[in-house]
Write a protein that binds this ligand. Sequence first.
Ligand code: NI
Ligand code: MN
Length: 230
Amino acid sequence: MNITWLGHSSFLLQLASGQTMLLDPWLEGNPSAPKGFHVPAVDTILISHGHGDHIGDAITFAKRDGATVVCNYEISLWLQSKGVDKVSPMNKGGSQQAGSVTVTMTHAFHSSSMLDGDKVVYGGEPAGYVIRLADKRSIYFAGDTALFGDMSLIARLYNPSLAFLPIGDLYTMGPREAAVAAELLGVSQVIPMHYGTFPPLTGTPDALRELLEGKGIGVLELEPGKAMSY
Ligand code: NI
Ligand code: MN
């Protein structure tokens, strides 16, 4: 598969099956989004929670491509009220097939709401996802979260090899917490996200790398817009 970072917590996954997925799509107004990047036709969109820096362009791509949006129940109702036809709601602990992959919604310690005009709308609970690929590998996308001990259950149940972890600090984990997260998850590689977008998001991949030194866990620092084969 190919993984392309679109800046912040947005990723484009192009699977071996031909399926194209977006995780937490936010390009419009995202300072770290690759300039002029063309997002190919999208089949599946995963949303971790309702904050604008994660859901920002979900409606755009859902409508442009008729993509199916996987999200919590509350966000699915809100998206439908905005004219998104294909939603596939779920809740934590559950799994469902999304094209060629199985997605499991996991816990996240954060908040979730949508800004709708000048109103704040309840966005259900924030979540993360385990994505189990057709080739049996699994990857974990944490969304926005604090560190939590039950990440060890994610390791036990799904054995992910790769984790997408927020490291920016302030609104999510910083490198200190993310290093422990990576150990609890038992992954061999981490893709850091949710850092550097704005000055207050101060965590860096170098800081995470230093904390993980000697632990056998690699830090993959992606460049926005450049695909990485995984
Ligand atoms: Ni958030
Ligand atoms: Mn966020």
